[in-house]
Ligand binder design. Structure first.
Ligand SMILES: Nc1ncnc2c1ncn2[C@@H]1O[C@H](COP(=O)(O)OP(=O)(O)OP(=O)(O)O)[C@@H](O)[C@H]1O
Ligand SMILES: [Mg+2]
Length: 328
């Protein structure tokens, strides 16, 4: 047996310059909830969702850290209307033990701390494996009630590893369109396969995985392959399905015209994930399409602050409720 279980616009004038501070975060809970926001497709609204839900939960009195982990094109600062003196690049440039201490920026929003993104320069957009692992390790030590992590589009290995910070419970933001649903499926599939690769350390398994359209077809290949004894193939298939079932991604449908459209899009994605990947996803909520979102972005003010009475803000509020972050 060769498989080994490894269980171990007006923008400038609205921008506020931030300086880091020594912070004493006193969370209400010990283990922070992680909301890692991905989804594959670019421009679906991942950053707008991440920023607004972070501001909304912080407004309710919970300690929130918002992390811009979009290593290629970070724009959380722009959406939040702030500018940080130092960028995440500093983390990667540190010699020896790396720390996020100098990158915790208090924002104009009470209880909300920001860890800014990178400058997007090439070497930082592609950190070495050890640098990325160090960042993930540091993120895990942060003390807060909620840590919101905004990710790149696409399914780059870095993005997948950040998504797996939440152990398979990340958020998939989609638009109610076939292409977006398809991208989210592929993103989740890549995350699951990455997870499997990390649990088992076997080049043979990696090669077989990369040839598979779905976990279902992979399991079929495994059972028919003469590489494995019948019992081994069955046992490994069972382990893989259990690994898939331990993931519980959450779906947010953005830019919808009505609730029905959101439910249909989420249902299609849920069915695909269940059928092909054995993954059960949960519908977390939806946000209407509203031109005031881009107006808020251009003003550098999160829409939940600028337009608290519009339906888009109610949607974010309902998602915060669903996450269990109620007003105190
Ligand atoms: N609910 C919405 N209604 C209308 N426009 C929206 C909505 N959500 C987002 N947008 C618009 O889409 C733009 C892109 O959103 P955002 O930057 O959040 O996407 P993203 O998924 O983070 O993109 P990227 O993959 O490039 O990081 C926003 O600047 C905003 O103008
Ligand atoms: Mg973004």
């Amino acid at each position: 047996m060769f498989l080994k279980w490894n269980s171990k616009i007006g923008l400038a004038k609205m921008t506020i310059e931030l300086v880091p501070e020594k912070l004493s975060l006193r969370p209400k809970t010990r283990t922070p909830e992680l909301l890692v926001v991905g989804g594959g497709k670019g421009g679906v609204g991942k950053t707008c969702f991440a920023v607004n839900v972070a501001v909304e939960v912080a407004r309710r009195g919970w300690k929130v850290i918002l992390v811009d982990a979009d290593l290629s094109c970070s724009n959380v600062e722009a959406v939040l209307g702030v500018q940080c003196r130092t960028k995440l690049d500093e983390f990667f440039y540190q010699k020896g033990t790396k720390t996020l201490d100098n990158l915790l920026f208090p924002t104009p929003y009470e209880n909300l701390i920001l860890i800014p993104g990178t400058t997007g320069l090439l070497d930082v957009a592609n950190p070495r494996y050890q640098q990325k692992t160090a960042l993930i390790r540091e993120l895990r030590t942060l003390e807060a009630d909620l840590i919101v992590v905004d990710l790149d589009a696409g399914a780059h290995l870095n993005t997948l590893d950040f998504f797996l910070l939440a152990e398979g419970n990340g958020v998939l933001v989609i638009a109610p369109e076939k292409t977006s649903i398809d991208n989210a499926f592929k993103f989740l599939r890549a995350s699951l396969f990455r997870r499997i690769e990390r649990f088992y350390q076997s080049p043979e398994l990696g090669v077989l995985l990369k040839r598979s359209e779905s976990l279902k077809s992979f399991v079929d290949v495994l059972r028919q392959s003469d590489v494995f004894e019948y019992d081994d193939a069955n046992r490994i298939s069972g382990e893989l399905i259990a690994l898939a079932r331990s993931m519980r991604p959450r779906i947010v449908v953005n830019r919808v015209v009505n609730a029905h459209e959101a439910h249909v899009a989420a249902m299609i994605l849920k069915k695909l994930l269940r059928k092909d990947l054995f993954v059960e996803a949960e519908f977390l909520g939806f946000i209407y399409f509203d031109s005031y979102v881009s107006e808020a972005v251009n003003c550098g003010t999160p829409f939940v602050v600028r337009y608290p009475h519009r339906r888009i803000s109610t949607c974010v509020s309902e998602i915060a409720d669903k996450l269990g972050f109620f007003s105190s």
